[in-house]
Design a protein around this ligand. Structure first.
Ligand SMILES: NC(=O)c1ccc[n+]([C@@H]2O[C@H](COP(=O)([O-])OP(=O)(O)OC[C@H]3O[C@@H](n4cnc5c(N)ncnc54)[C@H](O)[C@@H]3O)[C@@H](O)[C@H]2O)c1
Length: 263
């Protein structure tokens, strides 16, 4: 990445939230390799401190669904990095991790309110809190970029047939919260546009994570490019949106899905 195009993140002060999962780890490594001044945050019980030590970043414990936690953690990042140029809000309650136990995949006709609420608390309210606290810090640091993370299921409805024989399924709070993230990003983008705070969403398609063949084949069959994403294929868009190469981009949803939502 060269300075002449603006595609450089060297010395940019970046906070990555949700850093230890499938994509988070990939982003954390890429951001460290790109020479950012990096803080990474994740929930209590995660291995975020060990990961941070390993890649030379600052590690922060933060539950995105708890307001005081987000306020304190973003402050900690700002103090540690001496300001903030960018945030990636990647944390989420996802089908394959947080909610894989219990009643997350109940039939909709009897879907439990508490699971719905928890999903909204983490994915949507968490994104609101990180955006409010982090965006203000970026504004006070002279401007920068906030990257939110949605999903193809925030854009189109799931094809429930591809989950029929799977231990995990798509679930309603996920789709609703991920659609909400796109709306929140647009709202915050127009709110902060004159302050130099850019806000965009990255929307990944399904990322291959050792899924069984019947699932990856069924997913691939729904995808114009005929396969799931490799986790590295999401990195470029995130780095681009954090960098000055995207200086005229705000309020948009950047879909990286092998064409999944194109037909
Ligand atoms: N992997 C995919 O196929 C895919 C597809 C579309 C969208 N996405 C989105 O990309 C992002 C990363 O997905 P992933 O597959 O790496 O998911 P993942 O479940 O592996 O990672 C989610 C991360 O969020 C963290 N997290 C969960 N609850 C939290 C909380 N309350 N406070 C702080 N951190 C919390 C987890 O510890 C984990 O590090 C998510 O926003 C997800 O919705 C993923």
């Amino acid at each position: 990445m060269t300075d002449s195009t603006g595609i450089t993140l060297h010395n940019k002060r970046i906070l990555l939230v949700g850093a230890t999962g499938v994509l988070g780890k990939t982003y954390a490594n890429a951001l460290a390799e790109a020479g950012t001044n990096l803080a990474i945050a994740d929930q209590p019980g995660s291995n975020v401190i060990e990961l941070a030590d390993r890649i030379g970043a600052a590690g922060i414990i933060m539950d995105v669904s708890v307001e005081d936690d987000v306020i304190a953690s973003v402050n900690q990042a700002v103090e540690t990095l001496d300001g903030l140029d960018g945030i990636v809000m990647n944390a989420a309650a996802t089908g394959e991790s947080l909610l894989a136990e219990g009643e997350a995949f109940s039939p909709f006709e009897s879907y439990p309110l508490d699971v719905w609420q928890k999903t909204i608390d983490v994915n949507l309210t968490g994104t609101f809190l990180v955006t409010r606290e982090g965006g203000r810090a970026i504004k006070e640091s002279g401007g920068g970029s906030l990257v939110m993370v949605s999903s193809i299921y925030g854009v189109v409805g799931p094809d429930h047939r591809i989950y029929e024989d799977q231990p995990f399924k798509s679930f309603p709070g996920y789709s609703a919260s991920k659609a909400g993230v796109i709306g929140l990003a647009r709202w915050a983008a127009t709110w902060w546009a004159k302050d130099g705070v850019r806000v965009n969403t990255v929307t990944p398609g399904g990322v291959f994570n050792d899924h069984d063949k019947s699932f990856s084949d069924a997913y691939a069959n729904r995808t114009p490019m005929g396969r799931m994403a490799n986790r590295e294929e999401l990195v470029g868009m995130v780095l681009f949106l954090l960098s000055d190469a995207s200086s005229y981009c705000t309020g948009q949803n950047y879909i990286v899905d092998g064409g999944f939502t194109a037909w």
